[in-house]
Design a binder for this molecule. Structure first.
Ligand code: F6R
Length: 624
């Protein structure tokens, strides 16, 4: 592929057709989807006069609103897009929608067309010229070409074009000559259709749709949908060449979940939601007396789990950190060996996967391309694949044999917080339930841990009361250029997670390390300028962690320690201490991670960072 290609990898797409004015609905939808990308945005409308009006600009959705404010925004049919650029600079020309040479057809696209180069050559030979360097413009010209040469409808042209393209796509297409329809199609990129009263909504996920209707259809791979005002939804599976059955599902989301609810940022709201989200996650699963834990995904696949020779966890980023905690939980309670792999590494080697292996894919969005590919690979090698996801109906839960939702509601801040604690909670419940099935956990221990899980919402509420203290401490550390985070055992992954949170939203370099590894290299970095955050809660290796704090202090380092209430040793040696309630070691990350989330948040705010939309990042990483 030449370097100049501008792909449309990770984006948010939205569409509307009905009796209302489309523009406000589209802009509202783009704001909801902005977490998926915020480099450029655009909209295409079939105006009241029948013209195809396209407005697009570099920058966030707000920039598009300014740009379009004085333009003709009429029309009841439209599509819109917000983009996260992976190749090349985001600019006005490369922004979506892209328009065919004829000026009739506009397209928005999330995904990447791998054979765009061959198609472009062919179209150039047929007299087409290109304004942008995008794969998407090739696709719209192809649709235009097929339509013109075959004299066929927009639906037929899109159908034929999808047969010719290789790659991933979710697209929405409108044609000035067929002003009463939107044609949409998907392969490997998500697309949801909302069914209103004589109107249709279309989006990358349900968040732009929920305020208008709770009836949705999730398009499957290789399906093409025709959305026509006042007519039934028409969906065809191109591969099977057959009408698809329309499976209408009810959304359980509420609009308040999509608003900041008085908080300055979604991230802060989501941090403070954790007592509720962890409560929702355990609700109906952990018995009030702590004597049982029931996860239907486990119960239904009991034989498979009982026979598992090994569990492989694949995930990326924060979800991978949760996976590292999951490994310790499952090994401790179930005595099944667990490997935790970066999905992006696993998928590109030739891993040994046995038919009695279980692969667990952890993903908040359920759309992460590497995690999806890793699970497909394990599936092709005969493993049973299980998902731990948040977004209901996303690609990963649909591709797995079974799974367990974390039920924490929409996570909109780009930095993951409540999803992490939801994932760890599910993994803890899995370890308990599977340990009970296998007889590898005694009843006393089971009940003790299950009761603490049951009490977790109130324990988390107690930790959140430290908010003011952490905000004060953040001021001391705001201007550091590097941070070290140390933890051991269950809290080594928490140290990694704390460092990741700080990096991604404050742009301060931070490293997470197993505390004992510090003396094998990182100790050379210690000085008065680099704060060290140490998780030193009362656990089986507390004394060792205290020694690590002493090693930092002996070299002039400044230490902030997360300790257990009543601690005297670590808190005395450290410069600053944050006390959290006592909890068993295996559940401690559910509490220790929270001060680290708050610390990263306040440091980022002190530095004036765009906390919910940090530079260069996007929430749903559908790119390889
Ligand atoms: C960090 C963060 C990312 C995600 C990663 C995986 O705060 O959000 O590291 O954890 O991109 O995303 P999911 O869980 O959606 O697969």
């Amino acid at each position: 592929m030449p370097d100049t290609l501008i792909c449309s990898y990770m984006c948010g797409i939205v569409g509307y057709i009905g009796r209302r004015q489309a523009y406000p609905i589209l802009i509202g939808g783009l704001h909801r989807l902005e977490y998926r990308g915020y480099d450029s945005a655009g909209v295409a409308l079939i105006g009241d006069d029948g013209a195809l009006n396209v407005y697009k600009t570099r920058g966030k959705v707000e920039a598009l609103e300014h740009f379009a404010a004085s333009k003709d925004l009429s029309g009841c049919v439209g599509i819109a897009h917000t983009r996260w650029a992976t190749h090349g600079e985001p600019n006005d020309v490369n922004a979506h929608p892209h328009v065919s040479q004829s000026g009739d057809i506009a397209i928005i696209h999330n995904g990447t067309i791998e054979n765009y180069h061959v198609l472009k050559e062919a179209l150039l030979a047929h007299g087409y010229s290109f304004r942008s360097e995008t794969d998407t413009e090739v696709l719209v010209q192809l649709i235009d070409y097929i339509g013109q040469t075959n004299g066929c409808s927009l639906f037929e042209a899109v159908q034929e074009a999808t047969r010719q393209i290789v790659g991933a796509y979710a697209i929405a297409v409108i044609d000035r000559k067929e002003p009463d329809r939107i044609v949409a199609a998907r392969r490997s990129s998500p697309l949801v259709i909302g069914i209103g009263d004589g109107e249709y909504f279309l989006a990358s996920d349900a968040t732009p749709i929920v305020e208008y209707t709770d009836r949705v259809v999730y398009l499957n791979d290789d399906e093409i949908a025709v959305l026509e005002c006042g007519k039934p939804l028409h969906v065809v599976n191109t591969k099977a060449n057959a009408e698809s059955r329309i499976d209408i599902q009810r959304l359980k989301m509420s609009i308040s979940e999509l608003e900041k609810g008085g908080y300055p940022h979604f991230m802060l709201k989501e941090i403070f939601e954790q007592p509720k989200t962890v409560g929702d996650c355990i609700s109906g699963r952990v018995a009030a007396d702590g004597r049982s834990v029931v996860l239907s995904g486990l119960v239904e696949n009991r034989e498979r789990f009982m026979a598992a020779g090994r569990i492989i966890i694949v995930a990326c980023g924060t979800s991978w950190h949760a996976g590292l905690i999951g490994k310790q939980l499952i090994e401790e309670f179930c005595r099944i060996p667990v490997d935790v792999e970066y999905a992006s590494e696993f998928r590109y080697r030739n891993p040994v996967v046995h038919p009695d292996d279980i692969l667990i894919a952890i993903s908040q969005s359920g759309e992460t391309a590497d995690t999806l590919a890793a699970l497909e690979l394990a599936k092709s090698k005969g493993a049973f694949v299980f998902g731990i996801c948040n977004v209901v109906g996303a690609s990963i839960p649909r591709a797995t044999d079974s799974g367990c939702y974390i039920h924490v509601g929409p996570e909109i801040g780009v930095a993951s917080t409540k999803a992490f604690t939801g994932q760890v909670t599910v993994l803890a419940m899995m370890a308990l339930a599977l340990g009970r099935m296998k007889g590898t956990v005694d009843d006393d221990k089971f009940t003790r841990v299950a009761c603490q899980l049951r009490d977790m919402p109130s324990l988390i509420s107690k930790v959140l009361k430290l908010d003011g203290r952490i905000r004060e401490l953040s001021k001391i550390f705001t201007y550091a250029h590097n941070f070290l985070y140390l933890g051991r055992g269950y809290n080594y992954p928490t140290a990694l997670e704390g460092a990741l949170k700080l990096k991604e939203i404050s742009y301060i370099h931070a490293e997470g390390y197993p505390a004992a590894e510090m003396k094998h290299g990182p100790i050379a970095l210690i000085d008065n300028e680099m704060p060290t955050v140490v998780i030193a809660t009362a656990d089986s290796i507390y004394d060792k962690t205290v020694s690590n704090i002493q090693q930092v202090k002996a070299r002039g380092g400044r230490v902030m320690a997360i300790v257990t209430e009543g601690d005297t040793t670590a808190s005395e040696i450290a410069d600053y201490a944050i006390e959290i309630p006592e909890v068993c070691e295996c559940l401690s990350p559910l509490l220790t991670s929270i001060p680290l989330q708050l610390l990263a948040y306040y440091i980022a705010v002190n530095k004036g960072r765009d906390v919910d939309q940090p530079r260069n990042l996007a929430k749903s990483v559908t790119v390889e």
